[in-house]
Design a protein around this ligand. Structure first.
Ligand code: IPE
Ligand code: IPE
Ligand code: MG
Length: 245
């Protein structure tokens, strides 16, 4: 079996993506295949989160955004939402020390105010406790939807325009970026989706304009550090032209 260092040998540390977004999909199918409840899949999925965040930190990736709960996911059965929120709270509390030990700064993108009060409290505590960490930024996309994010930005910009704080010519692509949840964060260089679905499902639609996309057939709970590194190598072989020749 190849060791971690063998696998990392062909990874160029100078050409790592600065920002990786991950659509962590396939927990339910993972459980179904094993005749388990969907929530068991989410539970195993949270273990995969732990190992990928650790790997990304060790490799020197500066930002990771994990799509953990979408605005559309509120339409799932109440019991599944509840289980996901309980898991989320557990994850935030259990990782607190590790976040500080490894220099991980926690941030949330999405409709934070829709989250249950107890989850929000723990999130805010972790965000505050990790605010000075600077090795990696871990963005959790929670109650996140790109269309809601863009709508919100348009509303905020419209209010400023109406109050004459902005002219029409001030409304640029950069100004729009500055009104998104990801304000100040570089666009993702790479977006990975697990479970073999070829869609973005409302994830970072504005920011993904020039992201490289990698679809893995692996169901999220089975996603490993080794596969993550293989995907990073694949990314390093891509020719990013940004519309030029
Ligand atoms: C991803 O796994 C986790 C969330 C969307 C919260 P799913 O729960 O979507 O799993 P599948 O797609 O049904 O297998
Ligand atoms: C995308 O997965 C959202 C998250 C991973 C949080 P979904 O399972 O919700 O997406 P669809 O329904 O397959 O498009
Ligand atoms: Mg899914």
């Amino acid at each position: 079996m190849k060791s971690d260092s063998d696998i990392e040998t062909h990874l160029d540390p100078e050409r790592l993506p600065a920002h990786v977004g991950i659509i962590m999909d396939g927990n339910g199918r993972w459980a179904k295949k094993r005749l388990l409840k969907r929530t068991k899949g989410h539970e195993r999925g949270s273990q995969a989160v732990r190992s990928i965040v650790t790997a990304a930190t060790r490799l020197g990736i500066r930002t990771v955004t994990l799509y953990a709960f979408s605005t559309e996911n509120w339409a799932r059965p109440k019991a599944e939402i509840k289980a996901l929120m309980v898991l989320l709270k557990k994850y935030i509390i259990s990782e607190r020390d590790a976040f500080n030990e490894h220099g991980i700064r926690l941030n949330v993108i999405g409709q934070k105010e829709r989250l249950p009060e107890d989850v929000l409290r723990e999130l805010d505590t972790s965000i505050k406790l990790t605010q000075h960490n600077d090795r990696i930024l871990l963005n959790l996309a929670l109650s996140y939807g790109a269309r809601e994010e863009i709508t919100r930005a348009v509303q905020a910009i419209s209010v400023k325009f109406k109050n004459r704080e902005l002219d029409l010519s001030d409304i640029t692509s950069d100004l729009i970026s500055d009104h998104l949840y990801t304000q100040g964060i570089p666009d993702p260089d790479l977006i990975i989706r697990t479970s073999g679905e070829y869609r973005l499902s409302n994830f970072l639609l504005w920011q993904a304009a020039y992201s490289e996309i990698y679809i893995s057939p692996t169901l999220w709970p089975d996603f490993t550090e080794n596969e993550f590194i293989e995907i990073l190598k694949d990314f390093q072989n891509r020719d990013r032209r940004f519309g030029k020749v």
